[in-house]
Design a protein around this ligand. Structure first.
Ligand SMILES: [Zn+2]
Length: 407
């Protein structure tokens, strides 16, 4: 047994903050959380880690990554210069960087060759260092559609059902569906064009539900957002209200998203740099205003980076999670709210809220300790003193590697 004592413990339960708190851990699980001394005799017998001036909080959750996005793939042919064996090693390195940023759970929303399943299981076995992974395997997309080269092409309902069932049979934890086009597949429909309608999406939701799984819907276009909520997906990715003229937030549709309770992962992170450099400040402002409007409407926003994806030549590195959180702060979100979006709420959205996302007895010991108080300044989330994934310490500050964070 180990006990961690710190100046502050954020449990993640409705913003609860315990001053001078302690967390008792036995192997992979949390035994108790409370003020100093609350663990009683068990705490006295435990190995003690004293962290004065630090804050302990639930490990961060990145609800949208692509650890195995392969930037060497030629989108016109789907061929890649990188072997699957090499790609798997690079995914492992990306996972190590992600956990080194304090991310203890990540949802991988698309890659090829089912490599995400291999990495997920290797991390659980202790063969690789990384966050717990929730994986989607091949995104379901139309023939030649957004990310078709990841292997999940399906045009009509029987084909969609088939790909969905194959992904689930292989061991997918959730399904990903490309409801609209996207930014980086030449020849595919652009972002503002829907790829699937509501009836087709219902097939995806139905298949996922047979295994108790959720559906992540990539949706930029207004029509794609609408059909995502009509079909009852779990999370909408991007939700950028994108048109040929740029981002045009639709208040009526935003209210419908809020009323549906669907989680929205706007994947801010590297998008800020990309939108500014590729499309300019006006587009950036439109897009940020849309995110602020969703918040005002009561949409359940969560954190996710799209890390691994390099769009327009601009990387979304796996080791810069906090930068994405700071974007929310810049547009008016409170620090406590952002930490909630990045922990308990994102864990719930990824379907793992029962086992992680808060510091509570019985949950996995997925936690971080940072110097200072991130409620006062999110930048303290970069000062990691400890990262535990199911009780295993994976803190690796200062480890240099020669690879970039992106493929
Ligand atoms: Zn993505």
């Amino acid at each position: 047994m180990r006990i961690i004592r710190a100046a502050k413990v954020l449990t993640g339960r409705s913003g609860e903050v315990i001053e001078d708190g302690e967390v008792l851990i036995d192997g992979p699980a949390i035994v108790s959380v409370g003020p100093r001394g609350s663990a009683g005799a068990a705490g006295e017998a435990a190995e003690v880690l004293e962290l004065p001036g630090h804050t302990v909080l639930p490990g961060l959750v990145d609800a949208h990554v692509h650890l195995g996005f392969d930037a060497t793939v030629d989108p016109l042919t789907g061929r890649s210069a990188e072997s699957e064996r090499h790609l798997l090693l690079r995914m492992a390195e990306n996972a190590r960087k992600l956990v080194s940023a304090g991310v203890t759970t990540a949802r991988d929303l698309g890659g090829r060759a089912f490599l995400d399943l291999e990495l997920r299981d290797a991390i659980e076995e202790g063969l690789a260092v990384g966050p717990h992974l929730v994986v989607a395997t091949r995104p379901i997309t139309v023939t030649g559609g957004h990310c078709w080269y990841m292997g999940g092409e399906a045009d009509d309902e029987p084909a969609i059902r088939r790909v969905a069932r194959e992904n689930l049979r292989a061991g997918a934890d959730c399904l990903k569906v490309m409801v609209s086009g996207g930014l980086m597949t030449p020849g595919a429909p652009p972002s503002w064009v829907p790829q699937y309608g509501t009836e087709q999406l219902r097939v995806v939701v139905e298949e996922a539900a047979t295994r108790g799984k959720g559906v992540a819907a990539h949706a930029h276009a207004h029509a794609a957002v609408r059909s995502s909520i009509e079909a009852g997906v779990t999370t909408i990715e991007h939700c950028s209200f994108f048109t040929p003229e740029g981002h045009q937030y639709d208040a009526e549709l935003g209210d419908k998203v809020a009323a549906s309770g669907t989680y929205v992962c706007p994947t801010v992170h590297g998008s800020v740099d990309r939108i500014r450099k590729v499309h300019g400040d006006r587009m950036l402002e439109q897009w940020l205003n849309g995110i602020a409007a969703m918040r005002a409407a009561g949409v359940r926003l969560i954190t996710g980076t799209d890390a691994g994806f390099a769009v327009g030549g601009i990387a979304n590195p796996t080791d810069a999670f906090v930068a994405g959180l700071e974007v929310f702060a810049q547009i008016g979100f409170g620090n406590a709210e952002i930490i909630e979006m990045a922990t308990v709420r994102a864990a719930d959205a990824c379907g793992v809220g029962g086992v992680t996302g808060t510091l509570e007895a019985g949950k996995r010991a997925d936690l971080i300790a940072v110097a200072g108080d991130p409620l006062a300044d999110l930048a303290h989330l970069r000062d990691l003193a400890l990262v535990l994934v199911s009780g295993r310490s994976v803190t690796q500050a200062g480890v240099d590697t020669v690879t970039s964070s992106v493929g």
